[in-house]
Design a protein around this ligand. Structure first.
Ligand code: GDP
Ligand code: MG
Length: 359
């Protein structure tokens, strides 16, 4: 049986379509080579250099991106253009060798065009409210809808009480406890696991992301715990995909990049995930209240009344501080760079002066 896979099955919904243009979705990125799904099936591709290099503003494709391609039936196809993204996860590149140093935030996009973010933490070890708050802010910022998935529910007696606790900080967000081992709770996620939808998995290594995907697929399609289960085709013939489509038509993105996300600009995401905290801001006596020691501070009195928890307020402040730092960091780096150049120049002047016996 020949299965024709259309790129539409991979969630491609064009708002416009150019004539004689093929579209594809990026399934995986390996340094300079890309695995893409085209109307002719899966194939490998590379960037058209005249488009992507030479000071071009074209965004480099990442896992989940929709791209325009020039399909080559023999050999490697060419990627011609990255289509605008409806959602994305990015991390900051402060390494300094990012080509566009003048941009305020130099971002490296690690996943794109997903509908939901499954924030995964395991109930036995990993559950960490502070990290969850950070993940929530990042997820709102991404443009997709966050869902909290608490894994390994079979390892605790009282998973419902954990769910209730997490619901207090994940305001307006679905919170589910699941077990990949027993299948508990997996069904409750079905409203998200729809044909054509893309889900990105966010969570530390070991929380059970691969096991979850295998439970959804009903077979071992992903490596659990570093042991490659599906090795029937051998390592070099099976391309490791970072975006996979299950038989149900739902797509899952699980990229290594997602495990190394640092903090980046989450200003909007912070407001979305801390609506409870920010709702007090307009109610203070002074409009420029810093919520420190000012009289008539609505935040402080909400904490005193027990309406708002002190931890929640602390998390908000520390994430905000971190966010401001990230926003300022690239400016700081530029400043440091200029300062270093100035120091080097003056050192050179001193050396020259010494040589000439002036100093
Ligand atoms: N008891 C239990 N163990 C699980 C569950 N899900 C995953 N694990 C175990 O947790 C470990 C890490 O799982 P894995 O899926 O590789 O996590 P990943 O790194 O997030 O992809 C493995 O030893 C799994 O067998 C679960 O629901 N219950
Ligand atoms: Mg894994």
């Amino acid at each position: 049986m020949v299965i024709t896979i259309n790129v539409k099955d991979y969630g491609f919904m064009p708002t416009y379509k150019k004539e004689n243009t093929q579209y594809a979705r990026v399934l995986a990125v390996h340094k300079e080579s890309y695995v893409i799904m085209t109307s002719f099936g899966e194939c490998s591709a590379k960037l058209k250099s005249s488009v992507y290099y030479n000071n071009s503003t074209e965004e480099f494709p990442t896992t989940g991106d929709f791209v325009e391609i020039q399909y080559e039936s023999q050999g490697v196809s060419l990627i011609l253009h990255t289509l605008p993204r409806k959602s994305k996860f990015a991390r900051n590149d402060f390494s300094g060798h990012a080509k566009n140093f003048t941009k305020t935030i130099i971002e490296q996009v690690v996943a794109a065009n997903f509908d939901y973010v499954f924030i995964m933490q395991s109930l036995n070890h990993d559950l960490n409210p502070r990290r969850l708050e950070r993940y929530l802010a990042q997820s709102w910022q991404s443009g997709a809808i966050p869902v909290v998935v608490l894994t390994k529910a079979d390892l605790v007696d009282n998973y419902a009480s954990y769910v209730a606790e997490v619901e207090k900080i994940a305001i307006g967000v679905g919170v589910f406890a699941i077990s990949a081992k027993t299948g508990l709770g997996i069904q409750s996620l079905s409203e998200y696991l729809k044909n054509g939808k893309t889900i990105v998995l966010l969570g530390s290594s070991g929380v059970g992301k691969s096991s979850f995907v295998n439970a959804l697929a009903g077979k071992e399609i992903m490596t659990v715990n570093g042991i490659r289960e599906d090795d029937s085709k051998g390592r070099h013939t099976t391309t490791h995909r970072q975006l996979i489509r299950l038989e149900s038509g739902v797509m899952i993105i699980d990229t290594p990049g997602m495990r190394e996300l640092g903090m980046w600009d989450v200003s909007e995401g912070l407001s979305e995930s801390f609506t409870d905290v920010e709702s007090y801001f307009g109610q203070c006596k002074f409009s420029d209240c810093k919520h420190q020691t000012e009289p008539g501070c609505a935040v402080k009195s909400a904490i005193e009344r027990g309406e708002l928890s002190a931890e929640r307020w602390e998390s908000y402040q520390s994430l905000k501080e971190e966010n401001d730092f990230v926003e300022n960091k690239s400016a700081y780096l530029r400043e440091k760079n200029t300062r270093n150049i100035a120091i080097k120049m003056s050192q050179r002047q001193i050396k020259k002066g010494k040589k000439r016996g002036l100093l």
